[in-house]
Design a protein around this ligand. Structure first.
Ligand SMILES: [Ca+2]
Length: 208
């Protein structure tokens, strides 16, 4: 009986020991803030910082865009200045071709008609490529200072020749005449014929 009691005590003791070695129960949550709350606060803080940084960068972008716009405006302004047509330059009209192209081309000074030599003539030719109105042009013996012949309006075509006779009428040559009753162009001392345009400027002179 005594032996049975001892075994029973040993069993109880063993059970107690085993019970003491059992895993401790999970401790109750402490009253300190949960780790998730710390994380949220930290994330919020970082978000705020990033938002501030973003805002600062956006301001910088705005400033840069404004600067770009100003520079573009300036470029456009300069381009417009370059495209602006130059101030009109007064270019003098080219000299009239009549001075260079209407010439005294021949003087028939030794007339066949005795004494008065009414068949003498001065031939004038348009050597240019533009027609020329001879109206108010003057043909003159400048060696003697006279006579002079003032043309009526006559369009002298390019390549065309007319004659001014001393005292004959030849419509095939324009029908022009000094209507001078005596010879004009000296047979012994060559005279000089000159042609003046309607402005009185000499355009041609010829002797023989
Ligand atoms: Ca003559």
């Amino acid at each position: 009986m005594r032996k049975t009691l001892i075994i029973a005590v040993l069993l109880v003791t063993a059970l107690l020991v085993l019970g003491a070695c059992a895993p401790a129960p999970t401790p109750e949550p402490s009253s300190t803030p949960a780790p998730t709350e710390d994380l949220a606060a930290e994330l919020q803080s970082r978000i705020t910082a990033l938002e501030e940084e973003l805002s600062a960068k956006e301001a910088t972008i705005d400033a840069l865009q404004q600067e770009i716009q100003e520079k573009q405006n300036k470029i456009e302004q300069l381009e417009r200045a370059l495209e602006k047509p130059p101030e009109p330059v007064h270019i003098p009209a080219p000299p009239s071709e009549k001075a260079a192209n209407i010439q005294i081309t021949y003087i028939f000074y030794d007339g066949l008609v005795t004494r008065v030599e009414s068949d003498e003539y001065v031939e004038i030719t348009n050597l240019g490529d533009q027609p020329q109105d001879l109206g108010d042009w003057v043909l003159k013996d400048i060696s003697d200072g006279q006579p002079s012949f003032t043309f009526p309006s006559h369009i002298l075509a390019p390549g065309e020749s007319i004659r001014v006779y001393t005292n004959e009428y030849h419509p095939e040559w324009g029908g022009f005449s000094f209507e001078c009753s005596q010879a004009i162009w000296s047979n012994s001392e060559p005279d000089i014929a000159a042609l003046y345009d309607s402005q009185g400027e000499e355009v041609s002179r010829k002797s023989y």
